[in-house]
Design a protein around this ligand. Structure first.
Ligand SMILES: Cc1ncc(COP(=O)(O)O)c(C=O)c1O
Length: 434
């Protein structure tokens, strides 16, 4: 088949002969649907009814699809300056974004990269090199069981070792692991699980540690596994006592997803490094950011070239991405209720759903509502029950993408009450289909 053949000439029920889809085994997956437009919370499909994007297209779409003010900001910027090498030049959109994010996070320095994985890579490299630059090299990193930090090698290494990275097991650096005491409504044993996790953390911290990395309040890909703020504060206290750095991976949780500007703020943490992406540009353009404390930055400055952070990407601080991010921050600042009030909107629906016999471990933080299906757990991420719920939800006009037996909603902020209701009706239909 000619690779220049127009897309519309393909059979919409088959796999494209030249595309290699992400995170997909095409031998068993359903071919993708063709989307021709999107508007607000809706994906407009070719020859099928629209779908509510109830997971914000892999958690990136923040305000809604095709938001006119972000689209206009990108278009406007594209006519002025689309890209420039950021090692030799700076531009107003990047300066403005740096000042705004520094004031919002309390971390003074901003380093740009391209996506969530690279934002994490940069955080890990800064942490390790910081110790090196100070002349007391530390290389141990501590991460939590069930974590997901991305698919590049360093990000993979600090993530949970599982089926997705098994072929590379021997190539990833060692990382100390600590249990993640996830909790849910009605959980009566959370405190004992937290104590076990903290004891494990204390043991690991006896080895000089460069940094501890965590997803504040909720591990996303690890199954929307939520922890209490109190636990995270205890973690931070131990990290401080050991003199290690704390890295908050806010790639998913940032920009209102957890009901506050950042999950680390809601949890009462003061991390040294913060990784940002996904909602950063409102979900319009790929961009990663690593925020760092000034005290870290100063140890990279000096006459010795070895002090330099020798890291950079071609598209560093892409002006279109920066313009999108500034426009997205404008929207967040003009309407904080859009994320602060989301948890209260979910709550009555989730409370009703929690009564269903197939619903276990209901949990909620900010815009993210989740539960486990009461089904055979042995398949984990590949559990087919999630697939059944997904198909039934699609039949009811809602796009979900369960993580194995974990069903969750993580919708864009523009979702209206009728659409939210429709999401829960669709999940209910999925449960009845099991
Ligand atoms: C917490 C977290 N960190 C990092 C990443 C990686 O981001 P990206 O897919 O943009 O590389 C993800 C992606 O889902 C994530 O959820």
């Amino acid at each position: 088949m000619d690779c220049l053949e127009p897309l519309s000439a393909h059979d919409s029920n088959s796999w494209h002969p030249h595309l290699w889809p992400p995170f997909t085994q095409i031998a068993s997956a359903t071919p993708p649907q063709r989307v021709i437009a999107a508007d607000g919370a809706l994906l407009i499909l070719d020859g099928a009814p629209p779908l509510i994007d109830a997971i914000s297209s892999w958690w990136v779409t923040l305000h809604g699809h095709a938001h006119p003010s972000i689209a206009a900001a990108i278009a406007n910027q594209a006519q002025q300056l689309e890209q420039v090498i950021f090692a030799d030049f700076v531009h107003p959109q990047a300066e403005q974004l740096a000042a705004r994010l520094s004031s919002l996070t309390g971390l003074e320095r901003l380093f740009f990269s391209d996506n969530g994985s690279t934002a994490v890579e940069v955080a890990l490299k800064i942490a390790c090199q910081w110790w090196h630059n100070r002349g007391e090299p530390r290389q141990q990193l501590i991460a939590f069981n069930g974590a997901y930090h991305g698919d590049t090698f360093g990000a993979m290494a600090v993530g949970e070792r599982n089926l997705f990275n098994a072929p590379f097991e021997g190539m990833m650096f060692p990382v100390a692991r600590v249990p993640w005491p996830a909790t849910w409504w009605g959980d009566e044993e959370v405190e004992s699980r937290e104590r076990i996790a903290l004891a494990e953390l204390e043991r690991s911290l006896k080895t000089p540690t460069a940094a501890v990395i965590l997803e504040p309040l909720v591990q996303g890909a690890g199954g929307m596994a939520m922890v209490r703020a109190e636990f995270l504060q205890e973690v931070e206290q131990r990290v401080r006592e050991a003199g290690a750095l704390l890295i908050a991976d806010e790639v998913l949780t940032g920009f209102g997803r957890c009901g506050a500007q950042f999950a680390f703020k809601r949890a009462g943490l003061k991390p040294d490094l913060v990784a940002l992406s996904k909602g950063l540009t409102g979900g319009f353009l790929p961009m990663g950011i690593t925020m760092a404390r000034e005290e870290i930055f100063v140890d990279f400055v000096g006459d010795d070239p070895c002090l330099t952070l020798w890291h950079g990407h071609s598209f560093t601080a892409n002006p279109l991405g920066c313009a999108a991010a500034n426009a997205s921050l404008d929207l967040l600042e003009s309407n904080p209720k859009s994320y602060e009030g989301f948890e209260a909107r979910h709550r009555p629906h989730l409370e009703a759903l929690a009564k269903h016999p197939k619903v276990q471990r209901p949990r909620l933080v900010g815009t993210i509502a989740a539960f486990n299906l009461a089904v055979d757990d042995e398949h984990g991420y590949l559990n087919p029950a999630g697939h059944i719920v997904k198909q039934e939800a699609i039949n009811n006009g809602v796009f979900l993408r369960p993580l194995g037996e974990v069903v969750y909603l993580l919708p864009p902020l523009c979702l209206n009450d009728a659409q939210l209701e429709q999401c829960y009706v669709a999940i209910h239909a999925g449960l009845e289909a099991l």
